[in-house]
Ligand binder design. Sequence first.
Ligand code: DGY
Length: 435
Amino acid sequence: MDGARALLAGLSGAGDTKPCRRLYPHQWSWDAAFIAIGRARVDQPGAEGELRALFRGQWANGMVPHIVFDPDCAETYFPGPDFWETWRSPNAPVRPLTSGIAQPPIHATAVRHVFECASDRAAALSFVAEMVPRLAAWHGYLRNERRRRGELTEIWHPWESGMDNSPLWDSALARLRPRDLPGYRRADVGVADPEERPTDDEYDRYVHLVDGMRRVSYRGDRIRAATPFAIHDVLWNTLLTQANRDLAFLCRLVGADGDRFEQWADAIAAEMDDHMWDEEAGLYGNVDVVEGRRAAVPVSSAFAPLFAGVPEPDRARQLVETMLGQAVEWAGGLVVPSYGLGRPGFSPRRYWRGPVWLNVNWLIYRGLQRYGFSDLAAQVRQGILGLVRRSGFREHYDPLTGKGGGADDFAWSAALTIELVRDGGRRRASIRPDP
Ligand code: DGY
């Protein structure tokens, strides 16, 4: 615990915490939420400040950008502000500079957790009152800009998923034709092992997609009309379901009407069940909006819907069965690798193509608790803490050996360890099923 707190303190700046020192030297959106969830247990003002700092970068249209840049480190990361050119959009703030895309919408869930961990509820209520309009604008953006027909919201870049090089994106990326790419130089492979990072070919495709968005000044209507990459992602829509429920709860706390968020949560959950559930594979699959096709890929995020209470109990049992077929035993417990062991393209070390990530395992842990699978939840908790004991607070872990990969001192791994230790494996009211 002391080590985790010291690590977070060392990565914290003016309110924000960097995911790690060299590889990600700015503030990232979903990282900030996971970091706040852990910090809430030990440092309430720090947890509030983390989310406040992130929302300083919120766009006028409500979007919460995936990166808020630290101007002192602009040169050391690619793609930095000069590449994003967000000044092309009238919605982007002048300061701080940000990226032009988003990341999974888990922020209302984090705010609720921070509130529920506070010993001084009255003081925490003013933080909630401050955040509710910002969260409402963020969810409004998702509803207005990220839907076509139906209730599910779409992502426009693998970076938006947070699971950058997951096999989930392979078929959509394969149809891109990156031509006339702007010149760029990767910074990540200078500070991390290239064998653990996405490939150059994947980076060309990432850059191509950003280039397409900045050419249309990040206008949602134009991106929706022309993008070759639009996906209904399971994890994204799961987190939005839960975040809508949590936002409804927060609204009611401050005397605002939260019904519309509750209704939207129900509608997304129902559509996920209708369109994303794959009976044969026994898991939830992403839908490629451009091709109108669902694919069942054995990734860890396929089990995330448990976190938001999406499946009915029978389906939840089926999903847990599938998950058990994919989990690996570790330290007397269990963890779920980011991609099924031995599947085509599986790699125990390469980023989201096999390594275990603590954040998705933590979501699975919470989901198992939610459905009453207490023993299994305890095993996942044990597996996560066993990995941390073996290898420290790493970015990700080899599912075969437990060896750490990616960044050495990774903030959300420390924060979620604090959360798991403090939680003590008990079912808590925070991040609970329903308001
Ligand atoms: C990176 O730089 O690898 C990030 O994941 C992009 O957000």
